[in-house]
Design a protein around this ligand. Sequence first.
Ligand code: FES
Length: 562
Amino acid sequence: MPPTTGRWGRTIAVTRLATGLILFFYVLTHNLNHALGLISFPAMEAGRTVFLAFWRFEPIEIVLLLAALAHLSIGLRALYRRKSLRMPVPEAAQLILGLCIPPLILLHIIGTVVSHDLYGIDDRYAYVLWVLWVLQPGLGAMQSVALVVSWFHGCIGLNYWLRVKPWFPALQPYFGGLALMIPILALLGFVAGGREVAEWAEDPAWPARLAAEINMPSQDQVAFLYRLRDWLMVAFFAIVGGVFAARVVRTLATRRRAIAVSYPDGKRVVIQPGTSLLEASRIGGIPHASVCGGRSRCSTCRVRVIEGAEALPPPLEEEQRVLTRIHAPPGVRLACQARPTGAVTIQPLLPPQVTAQKALFGSDISQGKEQEVAVLFADLRGFTSMAERRLPYDVVFLLNQYFRVTGEAIVAAGGHVDKFIGDGVMAVFGLKGRPELASAQALDAARRMALALETFNAQHHAELKTPFRIGIGIHFGPAIVGEMGFPPALSLTAIGDTVNTASRLESATKEENCQLLISETVALGAELPGDIGRRCEISLRGREQRLVAIAIDNAAALPASA
Ligand code: FES
């Protein structure tokens, strides 16, 4: 198989989409025409007049025929290019439904469009429904199946196309409703029309009258149309069979040239040349996101190449466009486009169930980046000894109440609750918006937390022998932020020296006997008035230089603007 250049690949992708949309529009209008049968038979026929005025306009008819041939050819080409038939259920459904369409609709097309174009037969609804509903109900059932199959084949393709659009999730339920409603209405319209025609056909003179009106085909013409159906059917199955045979030949020819794709957890998948990294994951049963179904649109399949980057040909235009769009760092590739020629080790970067919106339009934070943030640590003083004297239920109740007011204070100040650790909390400020506001936001959160604690102690004074006390430490500086963990325990968090320093400041509140201890960087960043707090120096583990900090006895007394 010749290598696909970027421009050629893009042309094929655009053609596949354009022809798919043309065919979907045809099926949609065909179904809506059927649905008019629910209103009345004359409405159905009137709708058909409009339908045919458009679709049988010669240039449009040619475009439709070419679209069908091109779409089928591109689909068969994609089937050949797949190195593995392991695929997600929607992709498999789209492929199987697509392959079913030609044999299902061939006779119908020959009996309507071809017989009209060759012999001038008027294939009006009365004629078609007489054949499908009265004379050959089995054929009618087959066309009903064809209607559903072609509709859902198109819906799956549309869904793959639209699901990467930022506005799609909000409208998805409505599209889903239409996707179900339209074929149901079409089938009900077909049934209503069929029953009406069946009543007319009870009159023995009606078929003869109809035959005269529509220029009924002769016996010879019908025989030729059936022969044409048989030839086309044989040709179709020969082509599809040829594609599968070519796949087998290719597999046999390349089986000695095995390539190993390794993953950080030690899994190893052996593939043949030409197999994409996404297909490698599927062959190995390794969960791998692929929202657009490998069409180079969503970027959810992206991987970091840990070893063997030289065994991957450079990205083609299509892949590069997406990588540029997501600001992918060097060493990141789209697994659905990258086809290794030698051993590689890769790491899928997104969880398998990620959405395209998150992958394409989410912030860089979710993928990990270094940025300046303010980190706040707070810890309850004496809670452990208090908990030892209480029932577990009381402990959990009080702690959850405290977490609630603390979390609300952090969020109200513009922070992100990173995690609750035992009876402590970690929060990060400056993840969104302007980082220069992070220190002021963190100080505001400390003030709100102290105020909330005062209220909490007042509300629970009957249950608490001694009021809760809190120690808070805040530092500002660079940290690595990103979604860390493993699905479903994946959360946005920060790591690095800034986090360790904030934690150290929190524990040093005991030594300094204060409620809040902030680094000088935070005080400067928040423009804290110089007369607030007292300066002190804190030792940091592994560092000779001591950290200059400001100790504040009562954070509740901080000015609201600090
Ligand atoms: S699966 Fe969508 S870009 Fe690779």
